[in-house]
Ligand binder design. Structure first.
Ligand code: CA
Length: 439
């Protein structure tokens, strides 16, 4: 097990009672970061750390003069209006601040009163983007997703020959990435039915979600200096939930020869909380390619990556339609999967991204690609669940879907659970499709 320390101790409890409740996403072993302010105020955004149903206001904690050394430097950076500066500092600072917060929030801490005055209930908060995302890249790391989607788009040639050699990705667009609570109008685009002679401009009728994880880069690399596989994770700040909304009909017409473009860049939704790689240490997985598959080239391979390169994060996607909302009904689960099925690890994606000398920057976001599991029920998109729109999904209230309707809210959740450790959660990434605006 990599780098376990006092902050992972399963017997650790917090004086914040809600953090000790079973099944809560934010026990003292988690301590994820977000940027927030009090709802409906003009307060400046600042960094916060989740504990139970509360947020430690890092701005208030800084102003009160708490912590010292690396933790103090980290605190001052994390209290800024975005986390980019904190992300750029590197593991020693992230770890020192986590250790100080863990000690201060633990039962019996002498710092209890100082920290208590810095708590704000999550129910009273609104979230901003945790950082300025300068660049966003989306990978395609689930072989199950790549195979089933490939079969729909290219029945005779589902998995292209490079897939098992190269962590496939494309450069996406950062400006339309929003935090949970995002809503956006149904996109328009060029559409061409297979039997139509010509394309026409119209509203997407095959609007979909993609159940992904987001990887936030911490310290970057200089242009021309690749990051090696065993150093890759030192450059990763943490993980979040990521919904890469996709218009399948726009995608089908535009994606060859250069890949996704307008089918993907109209909106993407992240969860507000970033779970640090340190918090995820107890939930690592061995990584390997199946014996008969090509083995990763040496630059994408190491003992460390093989023994603990994976992350066991359970991912869940839920839907709440407008009708369900009006009836006061809860969201219904569409599918569940795990990031442990990924064909490429986080370290491999980072290393591959920089192997040509490309420089990653603090706050850059990498999407993992849709995390579909091996079985049909574990599919991370409606395209797969509805088998390309051929089989409708019946919801508990009798409504049917092959793709998303206006008013549909998609919710993504994630958590890690393992014998001998305290469960930690990712919170939610929620987004809603609105009716298109007049063109
Ligand atoms: Ca995607």
């Amino acid at each position: 097990m990599p780098n376990l320390n006092d902050t992972h101790n399963p017997s650790l409890r917090s004086w914040v009672d809600s953090a000790n409740l079973e099944g809560n996403d934010f026990p003292i072993q988690n301590l994820p970061f977000a940027c927030f302010r009090r709802r409906d105020t003009k307060e400046t955004l600042r960094g916060g750390v989740a504990i139970g149903d509360q947020i430690v206001d890092l701005g208030a904690l800084r102003d009160a003069g708490n912590f010292e050394g690396l933790a103090r430097t980290g605190l001052e950076a994390a209290a800024e209006t975005s986390l980019n500066h904190f992300m750029s500092l590197g593991t020693a600072y992230w770890s020192a601040l986590r250790a100080s917060l863990s000690a201060g929030l633990a039962e019996g801490s002498s710092a209890m009163n100082a920290l208590k005055s810095c708590l704000i209930p999550q129910a009273e908060a609104e979230y901003g983007m945790p950082c300025v995302v300068g660049d966003y890249t989306d990978f395609y790391s689930s072989v199950h997703h790549a195979t089933s989607v490939g079969a729909l788009f290219r029945p005779d040639n589902p998995l292209l020959p490079n897939y098992k050699w190269v962590p496939i990705g494309y450069h996406g667009r950062a400006s339309s990435i929003g935090v949970s609570g995002q809503s956006f109008p149904r996109p328009r685009g060029q559409l061409k039915a297979p039997d139509a002679a010509e394309p026409s401009l119209g509203l997407s009728k095959r609007l979909d979600y993609e159940l992904e994880m987001g990887i936030f880069m911490g310290s970057g690399n200089a242009l021309g200096s690749p990051i090696s596989i065993d150093q890759a994770e030192d450059h990763v700040f943490g993980l979040c939930l990521f919904n890469d909304w996709s218009a399948r009909d726009i995608q089908a017409w535009e994606y060859q020869p250069l890949g996704p473009f307008l089918a993907k860049n109209f909106a993407s939704t992240i969860s507000p909380w970033i779970i640090s790689t340190e918090a995820l240490a107890p939930f690592r997985e061995a990584f390997s390619h199946p014996e008969n598959d090509p083995q990763p080239l040496p630059y994408l391979s190491s003992k460390k990556n093989s023994t603990e390169g994976g992350f066991d994060v359970t991912l869940e996607c839920l839907l709440r339609t407008e009708k369900m909302r009006a009836a006061g009904e809860a969201a219904t689960t569409l599918s569940q999967s795990s990031f442990k099925h990924s064909y490429w690890t986080v370290a491999q994606m980072v290393t591959h991204h920089t192997v040509n000398g490309c420089n990653l920057m603090p706050g850059d976001l990498l999407g993992t690609g849709t995390q579909s599991g091996p079985s049909h029920e574990e599919a991370g998109s409606m395209l797969e669940l509805s088998r390309g729109g051929k089989e409708s999904i019946t919801l508990p209230n009798g409504e049917k879907r092959t793709f998303l309707d206006d008013g549909d809210t998609v919710l993504m959740k994630g958590y890690c659970q393992r014998e001998g450790f305290v469960r930690i959660g990712f919170g939610e990434a929620e987004g809603t499709v609105l009716a298109a605006r007049d063109s």
